[in-house]
Design a protein around this ligand. Structure first.
Ligand code: SF4
Ligand code: SF4
Length: 99
């Protein structure tokens, strides 16, 4: 299975330095539950009908961003540049299909 590059809006040099991670704008989330089901990395849970992202699992691939019907998910630069084990395995903004 190949690796796929996600939908990253940041210029390459900026993103190399500050890889983006997803964040939910809580006031906009309508609790539809789409994004937890689309995340390959189990990085999103619903809590009190609001999506919550575990940034340690997020690779910034952008699939949740695309799935949200009310644009409640944004990408933010990860100023800590934390490279979680998941991100190290799949690469920044990457994900991998499995059988
Ligand atoms: S950006 Fe990708 S890895 Fe991060 S929470 Fe969204 S779907 Fe999951
Ligand atoms: S897809 Fe958007 S509205 Fe639906 S649960 Fe996720 S953040 Fe909330």
């Amino acid at each position: 299975m190949g690796k796929y590059i996600g939908l990253n809006p940041f210029p390459p040099k900026f993103y190399d330095r500050y890889p983006p991670v997803a964040e939910v704008v809580e006031d906009k989330c309508i609790g539809c539950g789409r994004c937890p089901n689309i995340c390959f990395f189990d990085a999103i849970k619903m809590r009190d009908r609001v999506a919550v992202i575990n940034k340690d699992n997020c690779t910034g691939c952008g699939l949740c961003f695309e799935s949200c019907p009310v644009d409640a998910i944004i990408w933010i630069p990860d100023m800590n540049s934390c490279q979680s084990p998941v991100t190290q395995k799949y690469g920044m903004n990457g994900f991998e299909f499995s059988d």
